[in-house]
Design a protein around this ligand. Structure first.
Ligand code: 6PG
Length: 482
């Protein structure tokens, strides 16, 4: 009997995905560039399973049922292209190559076009959930050649995480690079959530001077509220984790955050598409600031910087912080979905926003109860432009506002950096202000460069120029937006 699917790449994600497929009754053929790893896998974690090994790409291809389904679980970038180029001459029309790595979606757009031109099908699929998710149920976000979906759907939906109601956290996202785009935004949101939680930890530790046991208990409590999420849950565990000497391990970890690029791509795309993705972008910049460790150490002594302690009832502050965290999180997701919506319209992807929330409901790093509410919001109104205007989220934003402002102003006052919580509030203040000072920017642009402006007492689309100095002339420059 031939294999149902081939998987290339036996790093931990690849191995775990294969074991997961095997558990669900699929026959998997495993291959790795360093072929000795195949043997090690078969004699190790894959012992006594139905998994079979391949010694070469030719061997892999010959062992697969038609149409062949071959999933790449390799490092994003050139390695993906190198495997595609080697596979293409070995495959037949209708065969499917799936890229399960964190590829940049323009690469996926290109690969879909190139392979479809050769009669093959290509799927770029986000896979989230880390090692554990891959093994027992990840969130899977496939997009690309739509004809591939009915063929891979039974495998993908079987191995994916399920919601409490049993729905698979995997569905067809859309054509071209839509799956990888949605995974990229997932990772951007992951950056935002992590930074928000880190700011809350900083506020509790340095502002309120709470102990690690107290902070752990607080996070565990928060995890029983609307903040119920995987990232809050693991943060509570991290805070409680003691090193060999009995001290919290987290305090011994160097405060420089790494990044592999997906958060940065999210920010770049937001700028390209003109979406104010302020929170996620601040989270990326916060990682950049953190990486300037030596400079920060020097600057702290240069500026004599300290963080003042917060007076007042600690319980009240902790509750205000919880509200600030929740409200900021709503803004982050609202901005993330604005970006997804804009991309869907710009690239004609026809994305289903409620389905995206459903795919993130379980299995992935940002999984949370909250995503169920987002899905409900899109079920009620699929065309909603700003998630914060959905009744459920609007009520939370409005009721949290005093606490949120209190926390943000206190952080500013005591010198504690909270780039994401404060920028989220600033965004909402801008978004809910009908008259912003951009009239001044338009006047300045017109003054120095004759860039023209629209008037509040004239219909939109009519542009005016004023000779502000009397010497600038009446010729306006052309009006265009980038
Ligand atoms: C996931 C994660 C995964 C990876 C991140 C880490 O969804 O399972 O997002 O893809 O852990 O890419 O990203 P950074 O190294 O950039 O923090």
């Amino acid at each position: 009997m031939k294999g149902d699917i081939g998987v290339i790449g036996l790093a931990v994600m690849g191995q775990n995905l294969i074991l997961n497929m095997n558990d669900h009754g699929f026959k998997v053929v495993a291959f790795n560039r360093t072929v000795s790893k195949v043997e090690e896998f078969l004699e190790g974690p894959a012992k006594d399973t139905n998994i079979i090994g391949a010694t070469s790409l030719e061997d892999l291809v010959s062992k697969l049922e038609s149409p062949r389904k071959i999933m790449l679980m390799v490092r994003a970038g050139d390695v993906v292209d190198a495997f595609i180029n080697k596979l293409v001459p070995l495959l037949d029309k209708g065969d499917i190559i799936i890229d399960g790595g964190n590829s940049n979606y323009p690469d996926t757009n290109r690969r879909v076009a190139e392979l479809e031109a050769k009669g093959l099908l290509f799927v770029g699929s986000g896979v989230s959930g880390g090692e554990e998710g891959a093994r027992f149920g990840p969130s899977i976000m496939p997009g690309g050649s739509e004809a591939a979906w009915p063929v891979i759907k039974p495998i993908f939906q079987a191995i994916s995480a399920k919601t409490a109601a049993g729905e698979p956290c995997c569905d067809w996202v859309g054509k071209n690079g839509a799956g990888h785009f949605v995974k990229m935004v997932h990772n951007g949101i992951e950056y935002g959530d992590m930074q928000l939680i880190s700011e809350a930890y900083h506020f509790m530790k340095s502002g309120l001077e709470l102990s690690h046991d107290e902070m752990q208990a607080i996070l565990q409590e928060w995890n029983k509220t609307e903040l119920d999420s995987y990232l809050v849950e693991i943060t509570a565990e991290i805070i409680g984790y003691k090193d060999e000497d009995g001290q919290p391990l987290v305090e011994k970890i160097l405060d420089t955050a790494g990044q592999k690029g997906t958060g940065k791509w999210t920010g770049i795309n937001a700028l390209d598409l003109g979406i104010p993705l302020t929170l996620i972008t601040e989270a990326v910049f916060a990682r950049c600031v953190s990486s300037m460790k030596e400079q920060r150490v020097e600057a702290e002594s240069l500026f004599g910087k300290t963080i003042a302690k917060i007076d007042g009832d600690k319980k009240e502050w902790v509750d205000a912080l919880r509200q600030a965290l929740l409200a900021s999180k709503i803004i982050s997701y609202a901005q993330g979905f604005m970006l997804i919506r804009e991309a869907s319209e710009e690239f004609n992807w026809d994305l289903n926003y409620g389905n995206v929330a459903l795919m993130w409901r379980g299995g992935c790093i940002i999984r949370s109860a909250f995503l169920g509410n987002i899905r409900d919001a899109y079920d009620t109104n699929p065309e909603i432009k700003f998630l914060g205007s959905d009744t459920y989220f609007k009520d939370i934003l409005l009721s949290s506002m005093p606490a949120w402002r209190k926390v943000a102003s206190k952080a500013m006052e005591i010198g504690l950096p909270m780039p994401t919580m404060t920028s989220a509030l600033t965004f909402l203040d801008g978004y809910t202000t009908a008259s912003l000072p951009a009239n001044m920017i338009q006047a300045q642009r017109d003054y120095f460069g004759a860039h023209t402006y629209e008037r509040i007492d004239q219909p939109r689309g009519q542009f005016f120029h004023t000779n502000w100095t009397g010497t600038g002339g009446n010729t306006a420059s052309t009006t265009y937006d980038v």
